[in-house]
Write a protein that binds this ligand. Structure first.
Ligand SMILES: Cc1cc2nc3c(=O)[nH]c(=O)nc-3n(C[C@H](O)[C@H](O)[C@H](O)COP(=O)(O)OP(=O)(O)OC[C@H]3O[C@@H](n4cnc5c(N)ncnc54)[C@H](O)[C@@H]3O)c2cc1C
Length: 405
């Protein structure tokens, strides 16, 4: 592929860059502020960019989407809060929803008037998602739902969820699952926030006790849920790789600045050959990530869907993030673990370009998550082994099939 940006892409980039220079928000903290920021992004045309115009999108090319994501990362502004609504729910409704469902639900996803969550994983059904046990039983024009979900991102603030539930326990497990829109404010829905090691509670366990879901809230046909979930998992991966590169570069630049201030035995860390080697190596690894991103973007630009190579990408970016954050901790020592009170010369956010965001400590703790969500890295390795390297399938093939996209 041609790795150069076209003059049109460069012109687009400079328009986007100046927009973000003029619209840097104060760090949105409350839910209302985060929703308002998404609305600002939407009105500027940066939310649901790839969606068709008739559904509120811009029909934007993957390259334009990637440029906006990169510029957002460079400006260090937060993304839209309704990430699952935009990344998964909207695209699923556009492809599989009825006209009525599209009219009702799509616009409030873009404007953040309604926040969505993804109700897939259960205590005994994560990698083996098809083993889910939450039941939906049809009775008099509605479904009665009982069961439990876990690791529901945005669960504590969600208005709606996309729910996978078993409608037929008597057929092979992949065939008895259906896909529903669930109103999170329905009687019988209990959301229990989960506190994470970062101290935040963005996740929840969600319990269903005889929750009534109108029959028209099914997406697709009864029993088609597995097929639909595969489409949605497909939307979940790939795409934003170049924005990751930008964030890694910004953090690495800041780490190098901090190494210029910190010294050991009177010598600035930046002059220590070992530290220089480690920083240099990380810079190279981030460049490798860039080319992985170009490979995916190249496919998307040609109208192709990235296949198993998105598993290679997922493995690489999540392991790279862990290595990067571990390097930060090794270099900063105890300073790297402080959430508050770091002197400005050591603080991740004190650089003039960094308005909000997180801390070294938060980034380190959060980096574990990437190896688990969207299909754990062991599952990705199975996919790479079987589909890319064409190794024999693992004996428990039904488990591996579960979280693939
Ligand atoms: C940050 C984050 C956000 C998430 N958000 C959501 C959400 O919004 N909605 C939602 O539904 N879920 C969400 N999840 C859940 C996520 O999808 C699951 O955690 C994931 O699929 C793994 O399932 P599990 O936790 O049950 O682990 P398990 O499947 O029990 O796996 C445990 C360990 O065994 C390994 N393993 C399992 N099967 C195999 C195999 N066949 N071969 C080799 N190794 C194997 C796994 O890699 C893992 O190391 C989120 C998770 C995280 C970390």
């Amino acid at each position: 592929m041609d790795l150069n940006y076209t003059p049109e892409d460069e012109a687009f980039r400079s328009r986007i860059r100046s927009w973000f220079e003029q619209h840097r928000p104060k760090p949105p903290e409350t839910l209302a502020e985060r929703k308002a920021w998404q609305r600002t992004l939407y009105e500027a045309g940066f939310v649901g960019m790839g969606w068709p115009r008739e559904y509120g999108g811009q029909s934007a090319r993957p390259m334009e989407q990637a440029i906006v994501a990169e510029e957002m990362a460079l400006a260090n502004v937060p993304g839209p809060i309704n990430s699952l609504g935009i990344g998964i729910v909207g695209p699923t409704l556009i492809v599989h929803g009825t006209e009525q469902q599209k009219q009702r639900y799509i616009r409030p996803i873009l404007t953040a008037d309604e926040i969505w969550c993804q109700l897939y994983s259960e205590p005994d059904a994560g990698s083996d998602l098809a083993g889910l046990k939450t039941r939906a039983v049809r009775q008099n024009g509605e479904y009665i739902v009982n069961g439990q979900k876990v690791w529901t991102s945005l669960g504590p603030v969600a208005d709606y969820g996309i729910l996978l539930a078993r409608t037929d326990p008597d057929v092979p497990k992949h065939k008895g699952i259906s896909y529903f829109i669930l109103d999170m404010h329905s009687p019988g829905v209990e959301v229990r926030p989960l506190k994470q090691i970062t101290g935040n509670s963005e996740f929840a366990e969600v319990f269903f006790d005889n929750v009534r879901v109108p029959a028209e809230n099914i997406i697709g046909q009864e029993g088609q849920g597995w097929e639909l979930a595969q489409t949605t998992l497909g939307f979940e991966r790939g795409g934003s790789v170049l924005a990751r590169v930008t964030r890694h570069q910004a953090n690495l630049r800041r780490l190098a600045e901090v190494c210029g201030t910190l010294s050991r035995n009177g010598v600035p860390l930046l002059e220590d050959p070992l530290i220089r080697q480690r920083l240099g190596r990380m810079a190279v690894e981030v460049e490798v990530l860039r080319y992985t991103g170009y490979r995916i973007l190249g496919k998307l630009e040609k109208g192709q869907r990235p296949g198993s190579e998105s598993s290679v990408d997922k493995l690489y970016y999540s392991e790279l993030d862990k290595r990067h954050q571990e390097l930060v901790q090794e270099i900063l020592g105890p300073y790297g673990q402080l959430e508050h009170g770091l002197p400005p010369e050591l603080d991740l956010n004190a650089a003039p370009t960094r308005g909000h965001d997180s801390t070294w400590a938060f980034n380190f703790l959060w980096s574990r998550a990437g190896t688990i969500y969207s299909g754990s890295n062991e599952i990705q390795k199975n996919i790479v082994g079987e589909r890319v390297l064409k190794l024999p399938r693992e004996p428990r093939a039904d488990r591996v099939a579960s979280r693939e996209a």
